[in-house]
Design a binder for this molecule. Structure first.
Ligand code: MOS
Length: 737
């Protein structure tokens, strides 16, 4: 039996199934659940970066009408900031200040305004120590991380002899590239609503991982995970900052227990800068050695990034250098410097986004030194197998991406000479870069029920962080079940549902999609077996392979009059529903294949030579990302990634005061992200890719690859326009003048 794959709904540009709820306000986010007797939590944050709290005067705050509790390290119940996995948290257990913006207290009141006012009345005295704030002044303290970088690799890796190959190389590029701290700015800030019902805790949280957040709260407060139900039905963007539960999450639960009423705790935009992670500053050295005809003989990519004094986060900038180009001698390394700032975290394509700026700028510099077209140079070093482990690719369409992207962009019309392409007074630049991101997958489960009325209910824990999980899973279920999308209800976002991984590493489509696909197949197959074995069915005794499931009916392939509806089969058997569960997990494929997405980014910039103003005026991105589940939502993910990359290239930069470690631009007025006027027409092309190895759906994930290569493509275009090579992000006007 099959469901006519070719004509199926998977891949179609189906509108978001939750679109109507979202535009009408019907979609409830973590801070929008009407709970009786709600109270409001507001945190107090440290104003110094390092030292001790010597005095904390809460009297005035406690006397504000409506205030129910002021919790500080002086009266907080016991909690653990280290248990439950994820980041190490600060949960009011002592008077130590580790970074500016650390939550050092929480005020709970019957209204938000009263809580805000009371929090402003808390007086804190500190014994302040001189903090270490900036990485560039402390590079002598760089150390080899104890932990692994993603894919369980050690921080240092090498094959061949890079030092030797560099010495003898005919042509060399050896440059340093730097990227600043950047902060996540999802439209919805972090928010937690905590409700105790006896010893059961209900939590509505804005999270990328309901199960990991559940574990974290359990570990922090010393309660059984089974006593916590975590719900997250809609999330207004994650980008990595909601990939692990931060201190405010268990603090909200702690406060709710203290006041014996529900507590809602929403971080303000300003509070998004400090206690909830950020993309760390990086300093990266790239050394390339090549022959005169452009064969890479040496590739070294060394990255140093910041971490906190109490936790370790490695920005794995060297990951792509290890696998992107065929080269006999490759060395990658990662170092950390501890600063008195919060712990950095994943931010859209952690590692690849910052790392590709350095690597893909350096490749462009080499292309200029060799006088070889940058695409041609990349093709001469095309990796036919993964150089890091010699494994074959599960699929790789990078050559096609270069080709169709270049064609669409008109690359062959490019005069490579800097400042050669002008439009009146303006300098025009064309630049390109490679995009790449690994294909990840984790165990995930789903339950499918075909109901007596011919509809289906599909459930799987998971999250929709704005990427379109509801929609693509509805399509996957519809196709597996042979039902129209309108007949499917897909539910997610509740730890009472089957377990799934965090929505990070672009893995939700591959992980949850596979579970939904398998559970759907299983339910459909159970229904078919009922019909085939039932003398009253027109399909009685038929071969399973001759039966097609479509539009809520089973029918014989060659005799479509022999058919019956799902509803009828269930009714005759007096069944309310048919249920199937799938527990899907990756197999051996990771040992046999190297699994990655690839793409090619093409940028046009227009530079005002008098002011240095840079406008991105055109964009083409071509991607090989496996099977597309929804042409519209996948396109949106890639466009979103490219826009994010434009911000990274030209605007985003978190500035910190060296004395107090305070972020001085913690809002969207001063922390610049691209607005509509900054974004050119963006054309995303998909190269057809049929990957039989990665997972049953053949899907690679599209959340993160879009940002990779973008900053380099822009830096390369700026060089082409102006003849100035900017190796320090963001590329602001002052750097061009
Ligand atoms: Mo993504 S930065 O792995 O949430």
């Amino acid at each position: 039996m099959n469901t006519g794959d070719k004509n199926g709904v998977v891949g179609k540009p189906v509108n978001r199934v939750d679109g109507h709820l979202k535009v009408t306000g019907g979609a409830r986010y973590a801070a929008e659940f009407p709970v009786a007797k709600m109270t409001y939590g507001v945190t107090i944050q440290s104003t110094i970066a390092k030292g001790k709290i010597t005095q904390i005067d809460t009297k005035a705050a406690e006397q504000v009408p409506g205030v129910l509790a002021v919790i500080t390290h002086l009266n907080a119940p016991k909690a653990s900031g280290e248990k439950g996995g994820g980041r190490k948290l600060q949960l009011l257990q002592d008077n130590i200040v580790l970074y500016s913006g650390q939550h050092i207290g929480i005020v709970v009141a019957d209204t938000f305004e009263r809580a805000m006012h009371a929090a402003s009345l808390v007086k804190v005295r500190y014994q302040e120590e001189k903090p270490t704030i900036h990485m560039k002044d402390n590079l002598d303290k760089a150390y080899v991380p104890g932990g692994k970088i993603p894919r369980n690799e050690p921080p240092d890796k090498s094959h061949g002899d890079v030092a030797q190959a560099l010495t003898t190389a005919a042509v060399r590029v050896e440059e340093t590239y730097t990227t600043p701290v950047e902060n996540h700015n999802p439209m919805e800030p972090h928010a937690t609503t905590a409700v105790w019902q006896g010893n059961q805790l209900l939590v509505y949280d804005a999270t990328q991982g309901i199960f990991s957040a559940q574990q974290k709260i359990a570990g922090a407060l010393g309660i059984e995970p089974g006593n916590i139900r975590l719900m997250s039905y809609y999330v207004g963007g994650g980008f990595g900052c909601k990939g692990s539960a931060w201190s405010h999450v268990p603090l909200a639960a702690m406060a709710a227990r203290q006041v014996n009423r529900p507590v809602k705790l929403v971080l303000g935009r300003i509070q998004m800068y400090g206690p909830v992670g950020f993309r760390p500053e990086t300093i990266q050295q790239v050394s390339l050695g090549a022959t005169r005809d452009g064969k890479l003989t040496a590739l070294r990519h060394s990255g140093t990034s910041q971490t906190s004094t109490f936790d370790e986060f490695i920005e794995p900038v060297g990951k792509s250098a290890g696998m992107l180009y065929a080269c006999p001698n490759i060395e990658t390394s990662h170092r950390l410097v501890q600063l008195d700032q919060g712990t950095p975290t994943y931010m859209r394509a952690p590692g690849e986004a910052s790392g590709s700026f350095a690597l893909e700028s350096a490749i462009d510099e080499l292309a200029y030194k060799l006088n070889i077209d940058p695409i041609e140079l990349r093709l001469r070093n095309y990796a036919e197998v993964d150089p890091s482990n010699k494994l074959p690719w599960s699929s790789k369409s990078l050559r096609e991406c270069y080709k169709v992207g270049a064609q669409r962009f008109g690359w062959q019309k490019r005069n490579p000479k800097p400042r050669s392409m002008q439009d009146g007074n303006y300098l025009i630049g064309w630049g390109m870069a490679t995009a790449t991101y690994p294909t990840n997958r984790s165990p995930a489960s789903a339950i499918t029920q075909i109901m007596a009325d011919g509809t289906a209910l599909v459930r799987s824990g998971s999250q929709d962080i704005g990427t379109g999980t509801y929609t693509v899973m509805t399509q996957v279920a519809a196709q597996a079940l042979g039902l129209p999308v309108e007949k499917i209800r897909f539910e997610l976002g509740d730890t009472n549902m089957p377990e799934t991984p965090v929505s990070g590493g672009s893995q939700t489509a591959a992980s949850v999609g596979t579970a939904v696909h398998l559970a759907g197949n299983e339910a459909r197959s159970k229904l078919l077996q009922l019909a085939l074995a039932d003398q009253a069915s027109p399909l009685y005794g038929a071969n399973a392979e001759d039966v097609i499931a479509e539009n809520g009916s089973l029918f014989l392939k060659n005799k479509s009059s022999k058919s019956e509806t799902y509803a009828r089969i269930l009714a005759r058997h007096k069944m309310k529903m048919i249920e199937a569960r799938a527990d899907a997990k990756p197999g051996e494929e990771k040992q046999k294949y190297s699994m990655h997405s690839f793409g090619a980014q093409f940028a046009e910039v227009r530079v005002n030579p008098d002011s240095g103003e840079i406008r991105v005026t055109r964009w083409v991105g071509a991607f090989g990302v496996g099977r597309i589940l929804n042409a519209k939502t996948a396109d949106s993910q890639l466009i979103g990634g490219i826009v994010y990359g434009i911000g990274m290239a030209l605007m985003e930069h978190t500035l910190t005061d060296p004395n107090r470690g305070r972020v001085v631009n913690p809002d969207l007025a001063e922390y610049h992200v691209p607005v509509n006027a900054d974004v050119p027409p963006i054309e995303v092309l998909f190269v057809d890719e049929n990957d039989p190895h990665i997972n049953p759906l053949g899907v690679k994930g599209v959340g993160e690859i879009g940002i990779t290569g973008v900053a380099a493509a822009i830096a390369n275009a700026v060089y082409h326009a102006t003849g100035k090579r900017i190796r320090d992000l963001p590329i602001t006007l002052d750097k061009l003048l």
